[in-house]
Design a protein around this ligand. Sequence first.
Ligand code: NAP
Length: 406
Amino acid sequence: MTESGQKITFDDGQLNVPDQPIIPFIEGDGIGPDIWAASVRVFDAAVEKSYDGQKRIVWKEILAGEKANEETGEWLPQDSVDAISDYLVAIKGPLTTPVGGGIRSLNVSLRQLLDLYACVRPVKWIRGVPSPVKSPEKLDIVIFRENTEDVYAGIEWIGGSEEAERIREFINSNFNKSIRENSGIGIKPISPFGTKRLIRKAVDYAIAHNRGTVTLMHKGNIMKFTEGSFRDWGYDLAAEEFGDSVISEEALWEKHDGQVPEGRLVMRDRIADSMFQQILLRSDEYEVIATPNLNGDYISDAAAAQVGGLGMAPGANMGDSVSMFEATHGTAPKYADQDKVNPSSVILSGVMMLEHLGWQEAADSILRAMEATIQQKKVTYDLARQMDGATKLATSAYADTIISNI
Ligand code: NAP
């Protein structure tokens, strides 16, 4: 099957996508096989229909998680990591986090091994999806979460360990601090390199998609030299690299009386805790958000809840040339092999992937068809239980209905 396809390549910052690109996929564990089987049929139908058979994705299965462990004895075979790095674009279902065995999380390992430093999460309501807020249509944001640094870097030691005690004593005796005995210790590194490449990606995206603002979400009022520096480096980057296209909020008011000059987008910053109120109370004032790892983890899921929850939330992990698109929920093992759960998170991740390939027509056709399906109240159990008069469909039947609406 894969012999007929070609590799996507990356030259001079540009992705070159042939008409029959080979794209590796990881089916995923638990509910993964059900939602992948449904999603891939939707992708193929949309591509076939949008390009009259001129384009086609040549899928290449790669192994990770339980299936990999059963077949190869490894949770994350090197071949799979190499394939993603080689083919540049991949898509995956959810993976089990192995208990014990030295791997913290397969998803985190993949992000680190492939240096996928930006977790990109668009959050936009699809008409008809049940939401806990009055005006879910007002939220239309894209979150860029830094993926490699912060307290999530995995640099931490259990309280009372030799390492933790040595660090505690070093800090207490050299810097006049008083960390308590037996404290667990974690390190929060945030670098100008890691910060600037993340914010550069967010600004590039905002420019390419005609978004008006990039908001740096941080807790720099308290953590001045990590999160505060994230903010400062963001403004430095804007001045150094985007002088013609970005204006800071401060300059906007000082020099332009709050009127955005033609062709500029505004960079501003907001404190993380207030952002959780802002996205609820003033949802339409935010467009692109760039933030360190921990804030990004929290705000991504909080925002997803506003538009229908994780079953509807797509995501991607992106590096300079490699991108991996993925469901944002887990493996929901209690629903495995029941043809029951909502495949929309993987389908919408595929929509992001098609946009990334430049196959906008196919991406748009899936979005329209999903919206039509939800308008017809033909949905999986998770949405059906929140909607009056809904027809509850199996995963596969929901995919069939989307396909018939394409
Ligand atoms: P989970 O798998 O996301 O499931 C939690 C609940 O969310 C489910 O019981 C279900 O709610 C709902 N849900 C999740 N996916 C859904 C879907 N597609 N359609 C409808 N409802 C859905 O979280 P978990 O049980 O905490 O984690 C299970 C495993 O997944 C763990 O091993 C975890 O480490 C892993 N995980 C992987 C990823 C990833 O691969 N990116 C992310 C998170 C977790 P109801 O019971 O209310 O129906």
